[in-house]
Write a protein that binds this ligand. Structure first.
Ligand code: PEP
Ligand code: CO
Length: 473
């Protein structure tokens, strides 16, 4: 067992088991009408092999320790709601390529190794603010993600078979991610499409062109010295999803050998959630005394916690003490998402609460500039303005700098496709453009160009910071 929480009354750490969450109050919990079918699906999941291996989980944790200590940068991105239909060659490849391309830009800007985590191969469960929604004038149960029910209004009943289908789609996706990477999809000797034709502002375009020229030169240089196939042949891409549906997470949690145990002694064991490398607790389910925190305190994986306007600073420390009592650096990623208009008021106190405590320099601070900036426009379409996303990110970078802490990563909703879901960016998408290619079944995502542009903007921040530091020294 790797977590603990101390009871105020007895000072004791209550025992943790993979099902101890069941005795706690729980939010967003599905009430499956067919308990027998549910039990059958859970039994099937229990028998199936792990999707990811503890060795990979431990490796990611080591990378995240480097991020917490300011030596690396974390890029996490993918769909808001991954659908079973996205388990398909092009969708998977375009996401891998986009994350790779963004990470090259970040590497150039921050001059730090980039750790990549996809919101993919399992991001199938969605928390909802309301259990019912209106579709074509009719009240139907809300779509809760492919692992629970279907998007089509006729498929809104909870279906326990979907738990097993989620497992198979998750493993097929990860299988292709591994195969594509092993076959050189991330090979830098292949030309990448850096087309900047859409960037309207000439100054911005010139800036991006400088980065692209540098990356192209680097590729040519590596080719000249024959090094491109050595270190750069493959990239690591870890998987993640919101750990929302505990009926799925529990049977995939296994007591396994700790791969870091010294070979001279019998291995120690820990509970690994083998459904993904990284799991996060969402904004609606992070109550200290509730089921999700109880479940995740016993898991050895690195974990994220969403932090927003409704998180009291005191909860942050209590969460860290419960989820990471041994203060492992990089174990917890705090994913902050306040909105561009609130971040200035709220983030500094959250940083101080953590960085002035015994948890200083142990957490990864990651900015999610998406979830505090969702708006509805005419016709009730959900969107986000690129300028708000960028503003929250820019303010977050500045505040961390002022507070002497390190913004170690970004958490983005994006897709490799040319969707029109977020407003603005250098293509200048406006409200009338939203209907052109709006395909998200949940939150609006950055398209390929907007996502890359955000990477350029972050890179630019770190580069100017480095220039300033060089001038000062
Ligand atoms: C999400 O990441 O898709 C999400 C629902 O975020 P949050 O929990 O921060 O609202
Ligand atoms: Co979302």
């Amino acid at each position: 067992m790797s977590g603990s929480s101390v009871s105020a009354a007895t000072g004791q750490v209550p025992e943790w088991t993979p099902d101890s969450w069941r005795s706690k109050p729980i939010k967003q919990c599905p009430e499956y009408p067919d308990r027998e079918a549910l039990a059958k699906s859970v039994a099937a999941l229990k028998r199936l092999p792990p999707i990811v291996h503890p060795r990979e989980i431990v490796e990611l944790k080591q990378h995240l320790r480097d991020v917490a200590q300011g030596k690396a940068f974390l890029l996490q991105g993918g769909d808001c709601a991954e659908l079973f239909d996205y388990c398909e060659q092009n969708a998977i490849e375009s996401k891998i390529k986009l994350l790779l391309q963004m990470s090259l830009v970040l590497l150039w800007g921050a001059n730090k190794r980039v750790v990549r985590i996809g919101r993919m191969a399992g991001q199938y469960a969605k928390p909802r603010s309301s259990p019912m929604e209106t579709v074509n004038g009719k009240q139907v149960p809300s779509f809760r993600g492919d692992i629970l029910n279907g998007f089509h209004p006729d498929e809104r009943e909870l279906d326990p078979d979907r738990l097993v289908r989620a497992y198979h789609h998750s493993s097929a996706t990860l299988n292709y991610v591994r195969a594509a990477i092993a076959s050189g999809i991330a090979d830098l000797s292949r030309p990448l499409d850096w087309g900047l034709g859409h960037v309207r502002d000439p100054a911005l375009k010139a800036k991006y062109q400088k980065a692209v020229d540098f990356l192209k030169d680097m590729r040519a240089f590596l080719h000249t010295i024959g090094a491109e196939n050595e270190k750069f042949h493959t990239v690591d891409l870890f998987t993640s999803h919101e750990g929302l549906l505990l009926e799925y997470e529990e049977p995939l949690t296994r007591l396994l050998d700790d791969p870091t145990s010294p070979p001279s002694r019998p291995p120690t064991k820990a509970y690994y959630n083998t459904s993904a490398h990284f799991l996060w607790i969402g904004d609606r389910t992070r109550q200290l005394d509730h089921a999700h925190v109880e479940f995740f305190r016993g898991i050895a994986n690195p974990l994220g916690v969403k932090v927003g306007p409704t998180t009291p600073a005191s909860d942050l420390l209590a969460l860290l003490r419960t989820l990471n009592p041994s203060r492992e650096p990089g174990k917890i990623t705090l994913i902050t998402r306040y909105g561009a208009d609130r971040v200035g008021e709220l983030l500094p106190a959250h940083i101080r609460a953590v960085e002035d405590s015994e948890y200083a320099r142990t957490v990864v601070w990651q900015c999610d500039p998406m979830h505090g900036n969702t708006r509805s426009v005419t016709g009730g379409i959900k969107t986000r303005r690129f300028s708000d996303i960028f503003s929250e990110l820019q303010q977050t970078l500045r505040i961390h700098k002022e507070q002497g802490s390190y913004l170690g990563g970004v958490h983005l909703e994006l897709t490799g496709d040319a969707v029109t879901e977020c407003l603005g960016g250098s293509e200048g998408l406006d409200e009338d453009d939203l209907s052109t290619n709006y395909t998200s079944f949940c939150d609006p995502r950055l398209n390929e160009k907007q996502a890359l542009e955000l990477a350029f903007l972050i890179a630019d921040h770190y580069r100017s910071e480095r220039v300033e530091e060089d001038c000062e020294s």
